[in-house]
Design a protein around this ligand. Structure first.
Ligand SMILES: O=C(COP(=O)(O)O)NO
Length: 250
């Protein structure tokens, strides 16, 4: 299980790729030189996890982009944490804004998903983040803390959790948060963990940023004290640029 590195960079491929394009992306990742102190994870679409698992360097771990809220069974179309473990996944992305605001998952459901995934031995990349209108209304911290509380109310431990702060207004828009904007929320999240969980969890939990990260802006963001890495969307589909981002965090 990744979790030893000081830094963490995930590539969220979302609903993108074909067998051929993913084969090329994996070849690029296999040839990349990656900083040793960065835990690197990629999240293919479910249907390509086996292909990626069987071709990707073991230096990079595999995440799912979602998992069912409980044990598998009569839940048409769902994929269980057990099945993801069976495929060799080490992580699962949960609470992504696209699943909150497009699919309609609520905080409580996401918290339960996180608890179940952890119980099956998966690490959780726990996403939080505010909408533009929530930021403009001065509710960024309220929204992020409410989402954090839903995880905290459900999970037995924070040991295998990475928190991803992804302001919704920065995802896929090219409008990356400024280093100051991101640092302000990351510090608030760390303070929330200190007040509501423990000093140890606050200091050990990696808090990563996502939202229009690319090879040109990652180094500046990574200089911030409480930015411990990234969850990269679009730029993770380009192997060399993803490697640049990984190597920019140390
Ligand atoms: O959703 C994201 C970020 O996507 P982009 O990098 O394309 O903004 N990460 O999970």
């Amino acid at each position: 299980m990744a979790g030893t590195g000081k830094f963490f960079v995930g590539g969220n491929w979302k609903c993108n790729g074909t067998k051929d394009s993913i084969s090329k992306l994996v070849a690029d990742l296999n040839s990349a030189k990656l900083e040793p102190d960065v835990d690197v994870v990629v999240a293919p679409p479910f249907v390509y996890i086996d292909q990626v698992k069987n071709s990707l360097t073991e230096r990079i771990e595999i995440s799912a982009q979602n998992s069912w809220v409980g044990k598998g069974g009569a839940f048409t179309g769902e994929i269980s944490a057990e099945q993801l473990k069976d495929l060799g996944c080490k992580w699962v992305v949960l609470g992504h804004s696209e699943r909150r605001h497009i699919i309609g998952e609520n905080d409580e459901f996401i918290g339960k998903k996180a608890a179940y995934a952890l119980s099956q031995g998966l690490g959780v990349i726990a996403c939080i983040g505010e909408l533009l209108e929530e930021r403009e209304a001065g509710k960024t911290f309220d929204v992020c803390f409410q989402q954090l509380k839903a995880y905290a109310d459900a999970v037995p431990s924070w040991e295998n959790i990475v928190i991803a702060y992804e302001p919704v207004w920065a995802i896929g828009t090219g409008k990356v948060a400024t280093p100051q904007q991101a640092q302000e929320v990351h510090l608030a999240v760390r303070d929330w963990l200190k007040k509501n969980v423990s000093d140890e969890v606050a200091s050990k939990t990696r808090i990563i940023y996502g939202g229009s990260v690319n090879g040109g802006n990652s180094a500046e963001l990574a200089k911030q004290e409480d930015i411990d890495g990234f969850l990269v969307g679009g730029a993770s589909l380009k192997g060399p640029e993803f490697a640049t981002i990984v190597n920019s965090v140390t």
